[in-house]
Design a protein around this ligand. Structure first.
Ligand code: FAD
Ligand code: EPU
Length: 350
Protein backbone atom coordinates (compact mmCIF):
# COMPACT_ATOMS: atom_id res chain seq x y z
CA UNK A 1 0.00 0.00 0.00
CA UNK A 2 1.55 3.27 -1.12
CA UNK A 3 0.13 6.63 -0.05
CA UNK A 4 1.08 9.62 -2.19
CA UNK A 5 0.57 13.29 -1.37
CA UNK A 6 -0.89 16.08 -3.53
CA UNK A 7 -2.01 13.90 -6.45
CA UNK A 8 -3.47 15.42 -9.62
CA UNK A 9 -6.94 13.95 -10.33
CA UNK A 10 -7.63 15.54 -13.72
CA UNK A 11 -7.01 12.35 -15.70
CA UNK A 12 -9.06 10.33 -13.19
CA UNK A 13 -12.45 11.93 -13.86
CA UNK A 14 -14.35 11.82 -17.16
CA UNK A 15 -15.21 15.54 -16.88
CA UNK A 16 -11.44 16.21 -16.81
CA UNK A 17 -11.95 18.75 -14.02
CA UNK A 18 -8.89 19.94 -12.15
CA UNK A 19 -8.46 18.87 -8.52
CA UNK A 20 -5.81 17.41 -6.27
CA UNK A 21 -6.12 14.82 -3.53
CA UNK A 22 -4.25 15.73 -0.34
CA UNK A 23 -3.41 12.01 0.00
CA UNK A 24 -4.14 9.29 -2.53
CA UNK A 25 -3.92 5.52 -2.46
CA UNK A 26 -4.65 3.05 -5.27
CA UNK A 27 -5.68 -0.26 -3.75
CA UNK A 28 -5.60 -3.51 -5.70
CA UNK A 29 -6.62 -5.86 -2.90
CA UNK A 30 -8.91 -5.72 0.14
CA UNK A 31 -6.01 -6.04 2.59
CA UNK A 32 -4.42 -2.86 1.19
CA UNK A 33 -7.81 -1.15 1.37
CA UNK A 34 -8.14 -2.12 5.05
CA UNK A 35 -4.62 -0.79 5.70
CA UNK A 36 -5.39 2.48 3.91
CA UNK A 37 -8.53 2.97 6.00
CA UNK A 38 -6.56 2.19 9.20
CA UNK A 39 -3.96 4.78 8.14
CA UNK A 40 -6.72 7.38 7.66
CA UNK A 41 -8.20 6.58 11.08
CA UNK A 42 -4.81 6.80 12.78
CA UNK A 43 -4.14 10.18 11.16
CA UNK A 44 -7.66 11.60 11.45
CA UNK A 45 -8.01 11.93 7.69
CA UNK A 46 -11.46 12.03 6.06
CA UNK A 47 -11.79 9.32 3.39
CA UNK A 48 -13.28 9.68 -0.08
CA UNK A 49 -13.64 6.92 -2.68
CA UNK A 50 -12.95 7.05 -6.40
CA UNK A 51 -13.88 4.45 -8.99
CA UNK A 52 -13.82 5.25 -12.70
CA UNK A 53 -14.53 8.93 -12.04
CA UNK A 54 -17.49 8.97 -14.46
CA UNK A 55 -20.04 10.36 -12.01
CA UNK A 56 -18.12 12.88 -9.93
CA UNK A 57 -17.68 16.65 -10.01
CA UNK A 58 -14.60 17.92 -8.23
CA UNK A 59 -15.54 21.30 -6.77
CA UNK A 60 -11.91 21.87 -5.82
CA UNK A 61 -9.17 19.96 -4.05
CA UNK A 62 -10.03 16.92 -1.95
CA UNK A 63 -8.74 16.98 1.60
CA UNK A 64 -7.89 13.77 3.44
CA UNK A 65 -7.25 10.39 1.85
CA UNK A 66 -8.80 9.39 -1.46
CA UNK A 67 -8.85 5.63 -2.11
CA UNK A 68 -8.94 4.57 -5.74
CA UNK A 69 -10.41 1.10 -6.24
CA UNK A 70 -8.40 -1.23 -8.49
CA UNK A 71 -9.38 -4.60 -6.99
CA UNK A 72 -10.08 -7.39 -9.47
CA UNK A 73 -11.83 -10.74 -9.46
CA UNK A 74 -15.02 -12.29 -10.79
CA UNK A 75 -16.64 -15.47 -9.42
CA UNK A 76 -19.81 -17.33 -10.22
CA UNK A 77 -21.89 -19.85 -8.27
CA UNK A 78 -24.81 -21.97 -9.51
CA UNK A 79 -27.98 -21.56 -7.47
CA UNK A 80 -30.73 -24.14 -6.76
CA UNK A 81 -32.25 -25.36 -10.03
CA UNK A 82 -29.23 -24.32 -12.09
CA UNK A 83 -31.18 -21.63 -13.96
CA UNK A 84 -29.99 -18.90 -11.65
CA UNK A 85 -26.33 -17.98 -11.37
CA UNK A 86 -24.90 -15.65 -8.77
CA UNK A 87 -22.03 -13.52 -10.04
CA UNK A 88 -19.76 -11.69 -7.62
CA UNK A 89 -17.38 -9.04 -8.94
CA UNK A 90 -14.76 -7.02 -7.12
CA UNK A 91 -15.42 -3.27 -6.82
CA UNK A 92 -12.50 -2.39 -9.11
CA UNK A 93 -13.72 -4.44 -12.10
CA UNK A 94 -14.78 -2.38 -15.11
CA UNK A 95 -18.59 -2.54 -15.31
CA UNK A 96 -18.90 -3.02 -19.08
CA UNK A 97 -16.17 -5.71 -19.17
CA UNK A 98 -18.04 -7.52 -16.38
CA UNK A 99 -21.29 -7.34 -18.39
CA UNK A 100 -19.52 -8.72 -21.46
CA UNK A 101 -17.88 -11.47 -19.40
CA UNK A 102 -21.24 -12.68 -18.03
CA UNK A 103 -22.75 -12.70 -21.53
CA UNK A 104 -19.77 -14.66 -22.90
CA UNK A 105 -20.29 -17.18 -20.08
CA UNK A 106 -23.96 -17.54 -21.11
CA UNK A 107 -25.37 -15.76 -18.07
CA UNK A 108 -28.03 -13.33 -19.09
CA UNK A 109 -29.75 -10.29 -17.64
CA UNK A 110 -27.25 -7.42 -17.76
CA UNK A 111 -27.37 -6.80 -21.52
CA UNK A 112 -29.48 -3.60 -21.20
CA UNK A 113 -26.81 -2.11 -18.92
CA UNK A 114 -24.02 -2.52 -21.49
CA UNK A 115 -21.45 0.25 -21.96
CA UNK A 116 -22.27 2.23 -18.81
CA UNK A 117 -18.90 3.73 -17.84
CA UNK A 118 -17.29 3.16 -14.45
CA UNK A 119 -16.55 0.33 -12.07
CA UNK A 120 -18.63 -2.38 -10.42
CA UNK A 121 -18.27 -0.90 -6.91
CA UNK A 122 -19.99 2.34 -7.89
CA UNK A 123 -22.93 0.65 -9.62
CA UNK A 124 -25.07 0.34 -6.44
CA UNK A 125 -24.34 3.92 -5.32
CA UNK A 126 -26.85 5.44 -7.75
CA UNK A 127 -28.47 2.13 -8.76
CA UNK A 128 -27.31 2.47 -12.36
CA UNK A 129 -30.01 2.15 -14.96
CA UNK A 130 -30.55 2.31 -18.70
CA UNK A 131 -32.80 1.02 -21.47
CA UNK A 132 -35.53 -0.33 -19.21
CA UNK A 133 -33.40 -1.94 -16.48
CA UNK A 134 -31.98 -0.89 -13.14
CA UNK A 135 -29.19 -2.67 -11.27
CA UNK A 136 -31.59 -3.30 -8.35
CA UNK A 137 -33.53 -5.78 -10.52
CA UNK A 138 -30.51 -8.12 -10.60
CA UNK A 139 -29.03 -7.21 -7.23
CA UNK A 140 -28.53 -9.81 -4.48
CA UNK A 141 -26.07 -8.29 -1.99
CA UNK A 142 -22.84 -6.38 -1.57
CA UNK A 143 -19.87 -6.45 0.75
CA UNK A 144 -18.30 -3.27 2.10
CA UNK A 145 -15.81 -2.01 4.66
CA UNK A 146 -17.06 0.50 7.18
CA UNK A 147 -14.71 3.48 7.02
CA UNK A 148 -14.93 4.42 10.72
CA UNK A 149 -14.17 0.92 12.04
CA UNK A 150 -12.66 -1.08 9.16
CA UNK A 151 -15.26 -3.79 9.84
CA UNK A 152 -16.74 -5.89 7.05
CA UNK A 153 -20.44 -5.16 6.40
CA UNK A 154 -23.01 -6.86 4.19
CA UNK A 155 -26.06 -5.25 2.61
CA UNK A 156 -28.93 -7.16 1.04
CA UNK A 157 -31.28 -5.61 -1.51
CA UNK A 158 -33.81 -4.25 1.02
CA UNK A 159 -31.01 -2.74 3.09
CA UNK A 160 -29.67 -0.84 0.06
CA UNK A 161 -33.01 1.07 -0.28
CA UNK A 162 -32.65 1.40 -4.01
CA UNK A 163 -34.65 4.01 -5.89
CA UNK A 164 -34.32 5.83 -9.20
CA UNK A 165 -30.63 6.91 -9.27
CA UNK A 166 -30.65 6.47 -5.51
CA UNK A 167 -29.61 4.16 -2.67
CA UNK A 168 -28.79 4.30 1.02
CA UNK A 169 -25.20 5.13 -0.04
CA UNK A 170 -26.41 8.54 -1.25
CA UNK A 171 -28.65 8.97 1.80
CA UNK A 172 -28.22 7.76 5.39
CA UNK A 173 -25.02 5.78 4.73
CA UNK A 174 -23.38 8.37 2.45
CA UNK A 175 -19.60 8.45 2.89
CA UNK A 176 -19.60 5.68 5.50
CA UNK A 177 -18.65 2.57 3.48
CA UNK A 178 -16.30 1.43 0.75
CA UNK A 179 -18.07 -1.19 -1.34
CA UNK A 180 -15.66 -4.07 -1.99
CA UNK A 181 -17.78 -6.47 -4.07
CA UNK A 182 -21.24 -6.81 -5.58
CA UNK A 183 -23.29 -10.01 -6.13
CA UNK A 184 -25.94 -10.20 -8.85
CA UNK A 185 -28.41 -12.93 -9.87
CA UNK A 186 -28.38 -13.78 -13.58
CA UNK A 187 -30.11 -16.40 -15.66
CA UNK A 188 -28.81 -19.25 -17.80
CA UNK A 189 -31.89 -18.94 -20.06
CA UNK A 190 -32.12 -15.76 -22.17
CA UNK A 191 -35.20 -13.63 -21.48
CA UNK A 192 -34.60 -10.35 -23.26
CA UNK A 193 -36.49 -7.16 -22.40
CA UNK A 194 -36.79 -4.78 -25.34
CA UNK A 195 -39.75 -2.81 -24.01
CA UNK A 196 -37.77 0.46 -23.98
CA UNK A 197 -39.03 2.20 -27.14
CA UNK A 198 -35.64 3.36 -28.48
CA UNK A 199 -34.26 -0.16 -28.02
CA UNK A 200 -37.22 -1.80 -29.76
CA UNK A 201 -36.89 0.70 -32.59
CA UNK A 202 -33.17 0.05 -33.00
CA UNK A 203 -33.68 -3.70 -33.12
CA UNK A 204 -36.54 -3.65 -35.56
CA UNK A 205 -34.38 -1.53 -37.83
CA UNK A 206 -32.55 -4.66 -38.99
CA UNK A 207 -32.05 -4.81 -42.74
CA UNK A 208 -34.79 -6.54 -44.71
CA UNK A 209 -34.09 -10.21 -45.30
CA UNK A 210 -32.62 -10.68 -41.84
CA UNK A 211 -34.67 -13.66 -40.65
CA UNK A 212 -33.82 -13.06 -36.97
CA UNK A 213 -36.26 -10.14 -37.00
CA UNK A 214 -38.36 -11.34 -34.07
CA UNK A 215 -35.80 -13.33 -32.14
CA UNK A 216 -33.26 -11.23 -30.41
CA UNK A 217 -30.48 -12.73 -28.37
CA UNK A 218 -28.97 -11.00 -25.33
CA UNK A 219 -25.93 -10.34 -27.55
CA UNK A 220 -28.20 -8.55 -30.07
CA UNK A 221 -29.66 -6.44 -27.26
CA UNK A 222 -26.22 -5.61 -25.89
CA UNK A 223 -24.99 -4.60 -29.36
CA UNK A 224 -28.08 -2.44 -29.96
CA UNK A 225 -27.71 -0.71 -26.57
CA UNK A 226 -24.03 -0.01 -27.33
CA UNK A 227 -24.93 1.40 -30.75
CA UNK A 228 -27.64 3.72 -29.35
CA UNK A 229 -25.36 4.91 -26.58
CA UNK A 230 -22.48 5.63 -28.99
CA UNK A 231 -24.86 7.59 -31.19
CA UNK A 232 -26.59 9.58 -28.42
CA UNK A 233 -23.92 10.32 -25.84
CA UNK A 234 -20.55 11.99 -26.35
CA UNK A 235 -17.49 9.83 -25.68
CA UNK A 236 -15.77 11.33 -22.61
CA UNK A 237 -12.39 10.65 -24.25
CA UNK A 238 -13.38 13.10 -27.01
CA UNK A 239 -15.62 15.55 -25.11
CA UNK A 240 -15.23 15.40 -21.34
CA UNK A 241 -18.60 14.75 -19.64
CA UNK A 242 -20.33 12.78 -16.89
CA UNK A 243 -23.37 11.48 -18.80
CA UNK A 244 -26.69 12.90 -17.63
CA UNK A 245 -25.97 15.92 -15.46
CA UNK A 246 -29.46 16.04 -13.92
CA UNK A 247 -31.89 13.38 -12.77
CA UNK A 248 -35.17 13.12 -14.64
CA UNK A 249 -37.82 14.76 -12.43
CA UNK A 250 -40.72 12.65 -11.17
CA UNK A 251 -43.95 14.66 -10.97
CA UNK A 252 -47.21 14.09 -9.14
CA UNK A 253 -50.02 13.17 -11.54
CA UNK A 254 -51.90 16.45 -11.12
CA UNK A 255 -48.88 18.62 -11.78
CA UNK A 256 -48.03 16.47 -14.80
CA UNK A 257 -51.54 16.96 -16.21
CA UNK A 258 -51.27 20.71 -15.68
CA UNK A 259 -47.91 20.86 -17.49
CA UNK A 260 -49.08 18.60 -20.28
CA UNK A 261 -52.03 20.88 -20.95
CA UNK A 262 -49.53 23.70 -21.45
CA UNK A 263 -46.90 21.65 -23.31
CA UNK A 264 -48.67 18.83 -25.19
CA UNK A 265 -45.35 17.54 -26.61
CA UNK A 266 -43.78 17.00 -23.18
CA UNK A 267 -43.02 13.24 -22.97
CA UNK A 268 -44.06 11.48 -19.75
CA UNK A 269 -43.38 7.98 -18.43
CA UNK A 270 -46.02 6.84 -15.90
CA UNK A 271 -44.57 5.15 -12.79
CA UNK A 272 -46.13 2.33 -10.77
CA UNK A 273 -47.26 4.72 -8.00
CA UNK A 274 -49.14 7.03 -10.37
CA UNK A 275 -46.39 9.65 -10.62
CA UNK A 276 -44.91 10.56 -14.01
CA UNK A 277 -41.21 10.81 -14.90
CA UNK A 278 -40.38 13.50 -17.46
CA UNK A 279 -37.14 13.90 -19.42
CA UNK A 280 -35.08 16.75 -18.00
CA UNK A 281 -33.45 16.87 -21.46
CA UNK A 282 -36.77 17.95 -22.97
CA UNK A 283 -37.24 20.75 -20.43
CA UNK A 284 -33.67 22.03 -20.90
CA UNK A 285 -33.92 21.74 -24.68
CA UNK A 286 -37.30 23.49 -24.79
CA UNK A 287 -35.91 26.29 -22.62
CA UNK A 288 -33.28 26.91 -25.30
CA UNK A 289 -30.20 25.71 -23.44
CA UNK A 290 -29.02 23.07 -25.93
CA UNK A 291 -25.59 24.13 -27.18
CA UNK A 292 -25.51 27.08 -24.74
CA UNK A 293 -22.03 28.09 -23.67
CA UNK A 294 -20.85 28.76 -20.11
CA UNK A 295 -17.36 29.63 -18.87
CA UNK A 296 -15.12 26.93 -20.37
CA UNK A 297 -18.10 24.57 -20.55
CA UNK A 298 -21.29 24.05 -22.53
CA UNK A 299 -24.55 22.17 -22.84
CA UNK A 300 -23.86 19.46 -25.41
CA UNK A 301 -25.15 20.43 -28.84
CA UNK A 302 -26.75 17.01 -29.47
CA UNK A 303 -28.07 16.11 -25.99
CA UNK A 304 -29.41 18.77 -23.65
CA UNK A 305 -28.87 16.67 -20.48
CA UNK A 306 -25.10 16.45 -20.94
CA UNK A 307 -22.75 19.21 -19.82
CA UNK A 308 -19.29 19.17 -21.39
CA UNK A 309 -15.96 20.63 -20.35
CA UNK A 310 -14.79 22.74 -23.28
CA UNK A 311 -11.15 22.54 -22.29
CA UNK A 312 -10.09 24.31 -19.14
CA UNK A 313 -13.23 24.24 -17.03
CA UNK A 314 -13.18 24.20 -13.23
CA UNK A 315 -15.77 22.45 -11.09
CA UNK A 316 -17.03 25.88 -9.99
CA UNK A 317 -17.56 27.04 -13.58
CA UNK A 318 -19.42 23.86 -14.50
CA UNK A 319 -21.62 24.10 -11.42
CA UNK A 320 -22.38 27.75 -12.26
CA UNK A 321 -23.75 26.66 -15.64
CA UNK A 322 -25.75 23.92 -13.88
CA UNK A 323 -27.11 26.45 -11.40
CA UNK A 324 -28.16 28.83 -14.20
CA UNK A 325 -30.07 25.97 -15.84
CA UNK A 326 -31.71 24.94 -12.55
CA UNK A 327 -32.91 28.49 -11.87
CA UNK A 328 -34.30 28.90 -15.39
CA UNK A 329 -36.10 25.52 -15.42
CA UNK A 330 -37.62 26.26 -12.03
CA UNK A 331 -38.84 29.65 -13.26
CA UNK A 332 -40.31 28.31 -16.51
CA UNK A 333 -41.77 24.96 -15.45
CA UNK A 334 -41.86 25.08 -11.63
CA UNK A 335 -39.60 22.01 -11.51
CA UNK A 336 -36.46 21.80 -9.40
CA UNK A 337 -33.79 19.81 -11.24
CA UNK A 338 -31.42 17.71 -9.12
CA UNK A 339 -27.79 17.23 -10.12
CA UNK A 340 -27.01 13.55 -10.73
CA UNK A 341 -23.20 13.26 -10.29
CA UNK A 342 -21.70 13.30 -6.83
CA UNK A 343 -19.96 16.50 -5.73
CA UNK A 344 -16.56 15.94 -4.10
CA UNK A 345 -14.22 18.43 -2.43
CA UNK A 346 -14.82 21.91 -1.11
CA UNK A 347 -15.54 24.81 -3.49
CA UNK A 348 -12.28 26.44 -4.61
CA UNK A 349 -11.82 30.22 -4.29
CA UNK A 350 -11.97 31.52 -7.87
P1 FAD B 1 -17.16 7.34 -9.65
O1 FAD B 1 -17.51 8.45 -10.55
O2 FAD B 1 -15.72 7.09 -9.39
O3 FAD B 1 -17.89 7.55 -8.24
C1 FAD B 1 -19.26 7.90 -8.19
C2 FAD B 1 -19.69 7.97 -6.72
O4 FAD B 1 -19.61 6.68 -6.13
C3 FAD B 1 -18.75 8.85 -5.86
O5 FAD B 1 -19.53 9.44 -4.85
C4 FAD B 1 -17.78 7.84 -5.25
O6 FAD B 1 -17.24 8.31 -4.02
C5 FAD B 1 -18.68 6.65 -5.05
N1 FAD B 1 -17.98 5.36 -5.14
C6 FAD B 1 -17.35 4.87 -6.24
N2 FAD B 1 -16.90 3.63 -5.98
C7 FAD B 1 -17.25 3.33 -4.71
C8 FAD B 1 -17.06 2.20 -3.86
N3 FAD B 1 -16.42 1.10 -4.27
N4 FAD B 1 -17.56 2.25 -2.58
C9 FAD B 1 -18.20 3.37 -2.14
N5 FAD B 1 -18.41 4.47 -2.89
C10 FAD B 1 -17.95 4.45 -4.17
N6 FAD B 1 -25.22 6.10 -15.16
C11 FAD B 1 -26.37 5.39 -15.25
O7 FAD B 1 -26.95 5.01 -14.23
N7 FAD B 1 -26.90 5.08 -16.46
C12 FAD B 1 -26.33 5.45 -17.62
O8 FAD B 1 -26.84 5.14 -18.69
C13 FAD B 1 -25.12 6.21 -17.56
N8 FAD B 1 -24.51 6.62 -18.69
C14 FAD B 1 -23.35 7.36 -18.61
C15 FAD B 1 -22.75 7.78 -19.80
C16 FAD B 1 -21.57 8.51 -19.76
C17 FAD B 1 -20.94 8.95 -21.06
C18 FAD B 1 -20.98 8.82 -18.52
C19 FAD B 1 -19.68 9.58 -18.47
C20 FAD B 1 -21.57 8.43 -17.33
C21 FAD B 1 -22.78 7.68 -17.37
N9 FAD B 1 -23.44 7.26 -16.20
C22 FAD B 1 -24.59 6.51 -16.27
C23 FAD B 1 -22.89 7.61 -14.87
C24 FAD B 1 -21.80 6.63 -14.38
O9 FAD B 1 -21.31 5.86 -15.42
C25 FAD B 1 -22.31 5.70 -13.26
O10 FAD B 1 -22.82 6.46 -12.18
C26 FAD B 1 -21.21 4.77 -12.73
O11 FAD B 1 -21.77 3.82 -11.85
C27 FAD B 1 -20.09 5.53 -12.01
O12 FAD B 1 -19.02 4.64 -11.80
P2 FAD B 1 -17.58 5.14 -11.43
O13 FAD B 1 -16.77 3.94 -11.06
O14 FAD B 1 -17.04 5.98 -12.53
O15 FAD B 1 -17.89 6.00 -10.14
N1 EPU C 1 -34.69 14.94 -25.47
C1 EPU C 1 -34.81 16.24 -25.89
N2 EPU C 1 -33.66 16.92 -26.24
C2 EPU C 1 -32.44 16.35 -26.19
C3 EPU C 1 -32.33 15.00 -25.77
C4 EPU C 1 -33.47 14.31 -25.41
O1 EPU C 1 -35.90 16.80 -25.94
O2 EPU C 1 -31.44 17.04 -26.50
C5 EPU C 1 -35.91 14.24 -25.04
C6 EPU C 1 -36.49 13.31 -26.09
O3 EPU C 1 -37.88 13.43 -26.03
C7 EPU C 1 -36.11 11.92 -25.59
C8 EPU C 1 -36.11 12.13 -24.08
O4 EPU C 1 -35.63 13.47 -23.90
O5 EPU C 1 -37.04 10.97 -25.96
C9 EPU C 1 -35.21 11.17 -23.32
O6 EPU C 1 -33.87 11.23 -23.83
P1 EPU C 1 -32.93 9.93 -23.79
O7 EPU C 1 -33.64 8.77 -24.39
O8 EPU C 1 -31.60 10.29 -24.33
O9 EPU C 1 -32.84 9.59 -22.24
P2 EPU C 1 -32.55 10.51 -20.98
O10 EPU C 1 -33.80 10.62 -20.19
O11 EPU C 1 -31.86 11.78 -21.36
C10 EPU C 1 -31.95 8.52 -19.39
C11 EPU C 1 -30.89 8.31 -18.36
C12 EPU C 1 -29.61 7.86 -19.03
C13 EPU C 1 -29.88 6.53 -19.73
C14 EPU C 1 -30.99 6.75 -20.77
C15 EPU C 1 -31.43 5.44 -21.41
C16 EPU C 1 -31.32 9.75 -16.47
C17 EPU C 1 -30.96 11.00 -15.74
N3 EPU C 1 -30.66 9.53 -17.61
O12 EPU C 1 -31.50 9.60 -20.20
O13 EPU C 1 -28.61 7.66 -18.03
O14 EPU C 1 -28.73 6.05 -20.39
O15 EPU C 1 -32.16 7.32 -20.13
O16 EPU C 1 -32.12 4.66 -20.48
O17 EPU C 1 -32.16 8.99 -15.99
C18 EPU C 1 -26.89 8.77 -16.81
O18 EPU C 1 -27.54 8.50 -15.78
O19 EPU C 1 -25.77 9.36 -16.77
C19 EPU C 1 -27.43 8.38 -18.11
C20 EPU C 1 -26.82 8.65 -19.25
Amino acid sequence: MKIRANVNLQSLNTLALPGRAEYFCRVDNNQSLAEALAYARANNLPVSVLGGGSNVVFRGNISGLMVHLATRGIECAQEGDGLCVHWTAAAGENWHRFVQHTLAEKSYGLENLSLIPGLVGAAPIQNIGAYGLELSERFVSLQALEISSGKIAHFNKAECRFGYRDSIFKQGAAGQFVITSVTLALNTEPNVDISYPALAAALSARPQGDDRKDEFSPADVSAAVCAIRRQKLPDPAVQANAGSFFKNPVLGKQYWQKLQAEYPQLPGYPQADGSVKVPAAWLIDRAGWKGAVGQNCAVHSEHALVLVNSGACSGGQLLQLAEDIIVDIQRRFGILLVIEPQLLGLPAQE
